[in-house]
Design a protein around this ligand. Structure first.
Ligand SMILES: [Zn+2]
Length: 515
């Protein structure tokens, strides 16, 4: 408990100090957690399963504490959902010697000791009594230790939202139960949204193609288009893009952000559970007659593309793919093949690998590294912050290269098709600020860097006139507050879809277009 809850103790001493009160509170919390663990252990292990359950809990606690120590992440049900939805390639980035070593000393050693202990055989009345006594004893210890300092507990756990997620292994157990409850909940009937969707298209106009690039883990703070001191957007800078400087994400992890940004509901009304059984904006666009497609270079579309044609980017490219993973270069190959086929109005969604961590170095081919030295390992906690930032910034420069490459391809075909490119990242990232790494903090407590995302627009030469868009007006709007809430409605507006679920106030281009 002392070693497995290290982030909790660190947080406690950082906020409460190491004076008399801090130490007293720590002692009280230690005893309370001891009681909590006794209670949990007893409740979870009826009869003679005690030894087994203790082993399981030790492994859970060791694994959870390794994640918390290494990446500063908190283990709530959403983080466990991310773990459960991880594909083998992503998992490979995490599983390695350090985790194994941690499991060995923190769980293996105590398990070996426990297995030596002899538990005498008992008649069932006696074991029942022990079961009850153990549970009651745990509960009593918890109360006796915590009650006298109740106000300290209330202040600490109310102000430090992350603290309760650091209590291992209870965090994993509570998170798993919550996740299971959310997941096992009987699937509700599928609800269709925007069934009245339809659109008018100008007679004889060229095809209009929107290329939507869903970025991954790109944070706004490291885009030089938004003021970052390093030149991380050397190519986009020359492409005449419209960069939004204040964009907030809907979630702090792919599993929540994607369903939310493709829902027509704004974040405050959005619920992740039902979203799986509900139309996304892709369904609405498709229903209105737009040719929608999704090409994935990542861990899937989290159900938003289930009813539209979808493919893996690896089907278009072999050179930049290895071990089931492709560099985003593959997206350029996708566009080389897809764009010439575009004969009618369509939306091509490209789900990029972007800056997916912790193995940032694997997102960029060696010859495209700009900043050195880099962190050449997924164990980013072993690298200096300077190296981590260099490696991450290289992924942003690489994203700049990919987006500029896509724009070049669209520009080369602009006599034939009117095109718009819209890029937005799914969430940001922590790069060691306040000891935090990666992303996925609960939205309410997540730092700004995990929630501020880059977003930009580019138009082919004929697109603004065709859309009746005043680009000076748009340029003046770029500093206004925007968010993932705007994505669905801006897309519906771009394709002039009329539907009762369209909210003009959330369409970023609405005010700058001639009706
Ligand atoms: Zn993501």
């Amino acid at each position: 408990m002392l070693t497995a809850c290290r982030p909790l103790w660190r947080l406690l001493f950082a906020t409460e100090g190491t004076g008399f009160h801090g130490l007293l509170f720590a002692a009280s919390l230690f005893l309370a957690l001891l009681g909590l663990n006794m209670l949990l252990l007893r409740l979870l292990s009826p009869g003679r399963t005690l030894r087994w359950m203790l082993g399981v809990l030790l492994v859970l606690a060791a694994g959870a504490s390794w994640f918390a120590d290494t990446y500063g992440v908190v283990l709530d049900s959403e983080m466990l959902r991310n773990v459960a939805q991880t594909n083998p390639a992503e998992a490979r980035d995490f599983i390695g010697m350090p985790l194994l070593v941690r499991l060995l000393w923190q769980a293996g050693l105590p398990i070996a000791l426990i297995s030596q202990a002899r538990l005498p055989l008992r008649v069932w009345t006696r074991s029942l009594r022990e079961y009850a006594l153990g549970a009651l004893g745990g509960a009593a210890l918890l109360l006796v230790a915590a009650l006298p300092m109740y106000s300290s507990y209330a202040t600490f756990f109310r102000n430090q939202h992350a603290a309760r997620y650091y209590i291992a292994p209870a965090n994993v157990i509570v998170g798993s139960v919550r996740l299971a409850r959310k997941t096992l909940h009987r699937p509700p009937a599928f609800s269709r949204v925007g069934e009245d969707a339809q659109r008018m298209r100008p007679e004889g106009a060229k095809p209009l193609v929107l290329v939507l690039v869903v970025g991954e883990t790109a944070r706004a703070a490291n885009f030089s288009l938004g003021g970052y001191a390093r030149d991380t957007n050397p190519l986009l800078r020359q492409k005449g893009v419209y960069y939004f400087t204040d964009v907030e994400s809907c979630g702090t992890a792919t599993a929540t952000s994607l369903p939310c940004m493709f829902s027509e509901l704004p974040r405050e009304e959005f619920k992740l559970g039902p979203a799986r059984y509900r139309d996304s904006v892709l369904d609405i666009l498709q229903r209105a007659g737009v040719a929608v497609s999704w090409i994935d270079n990542q861990s899937g579309c989290k159900w938003v593309c289930d009813r539209v044609p979808s493919e893996r980017a690896s089907a278009y490219d072999i050179e930049s793919c290895a071990a089931g993973e492709c560099l985003d270069e593959a997206l350029l190959r996708v566009m080389d093949r897809k764009l010439p086929q575009a004969a009618r109005d369509g939306l091509i969604t490209l789900h990029a690998m972007g800056s997916h961590g912790p193995a940032y170095y694997r997102r960029v081919p060696k010859e495209r590294r700009v900043f050195e030295p880099v962190c050449d390992t997924e164990r980013i906690n072993t690298c200096s912050d300077e190296k981590i930032v260099n490696t991450y910034d290289n992924t942003i420069v690489y994203t700049d290269y990919i987006l500029a490459g896509l724009i070049d391809r669209l520009a080369a075909d602009q006599q034939r098709v009117d095109t718009v490119l819209l890029y937005v990242s799914d969430h940001g990232e922590s790069l060691g600020e306040s000891g935090l790494y990666l992303h996925g903090q609960p939205w309410m407590v997540a730092p700004r860097v995990q929630k501020q995302v880059p977003m930009l627009l580019w138009f082919s030469s004929g697109a603004p006139a065709r859309l009746g868009l005043n680009t000076d007006c748009l340029r003046a709007e770029l500093g206004s507050k925007a968010s993932h809430d705007n994505l669905s409605h801006t897309m519906l507006g771009l394709f002039d879809v009329t539907t009762s679920v369209y909210r003009p106030a959330l369409d970023l281009l609405r005010d700058c277009r001639r009706p």
